[in-house]
Design a protein around this ligand. Structure first.
Ligand code: ZN
Length: 268
């Protein structure tokens, strides 16, 4: 039986001397690994459609427990991502995140759309890279079901206060008055907390500006086609970026190699 499917290339792995395995993110079947026969040859017609970040249409068949690519047609390769090492690093980070959170047979149409929109944004300079990164991270959190609660203080319930802090452990905000209480409540849930841990936890409840709070609320409520439709003062951007990265990576509970690489090249 032949299967027609569109997929975004997340990862390519050598399989034999002549074949490659391609990890695709598809709307219908989530993550699917397919064999690209003969694709390690420079003459393979499949090469353009199995490049990293390529979005392609495939005709697959099943044999020996594997899916094999019979035909491939490139839809979009976001080639401008390759023009710049920081862009390449950011797109690779998005791929690693998607590879980590998408499973087989998981229907994730919106997450795929986010991935494609993010690649489009990187390739076409729709927004500065740190903003594209923050938007991807926060929208991914939303779609995966762990959007932070930015509405009200999680301790006293106030919506308005002189200042708010973001609590990374809880994914919630607490007002300035309740920060100490939230910290001690957190310590109480731990078996024992030494002074060093106490200091570390204290850095995980940090002050955020109203602009950052508003931007995160926007990103977790706006329609998918409006994700870049917000503006904020330049001075608040680093804090938004920190919060979005912290929140996603804390929940993924994994150190991402590509994220370290992105920060390395970003600093150059
Ligand atoms: Zn409060």
């Amino acid at each position: 039986m032949l299967i027609g499917i569109k997929g975004l290339v997340l990862r390519v792995i050598p399989r034999t001397e002549s074949d490659r395995l391609v990890v695709l993110f598809t709307a219908e079947r989530g993550k699917i690994t397919v064999c690209a026969k003969g694709s390690r040859s420079a003459k393979s017609k499949l090469l353009p459609c199995i490049e990293p970040f390529a979005y392609s249409e495939f005709v697959l068949y099943e044999k020996d427990g594997y899916f094999w690519i019979r035909e491939g047609l490139l839809i979009e390769n976001f080639y401008k991502i390759r023009e710049d090492v920081t862009k390449l690093a950011l797109a690779s980070y998005f791929c690693e995140v998607l590879d980590l959170v998408v499973y087989e047979n998981m229907q994730e149409t919106e997450l795929l759309r986010l991935g494609l929109n993010s690649f489009h944004a990187i390739a076409n300079d729709l927004r500065p890279l740190p903003i594209i990164k923050a938007v991807f991270e926060m929208r991914a959190c939303l779609l995966l079901g762990f959007a932070p609660n930015m509405e009200r203080c999680s301790v006293c319930g106030r919506k308005n206060a002189a200042s708010f802090c973001f609590s990374l452990m809880d994914g919630e905000i607490v007002c300035g008055d309740c920060r100490e209480r939230a910290l001690h409540a957190y310590f109480a849930t731990q078996r024992s907390v030494n002074a060093e841990e106490e200091r570390r936890y204290a850095t995980q409840i940090y002050l955020i500006s109203e602009n950052v709070r508003a931007a995160v609320r926007y990103l977790t409520t706006c329609p998918a086609d409006k994700i870049y439709g917000f503006t904020m003062p330049e001075a608040d951007v680093p804090q938004l970026c920190k919060l979005c990265e912290d929140h996603l990576t804390y929940r993924l509970e994994k150190k991402l190699r590509t994220l370290d690489f992105y920060h390395e090249v970003e600093a150059l």
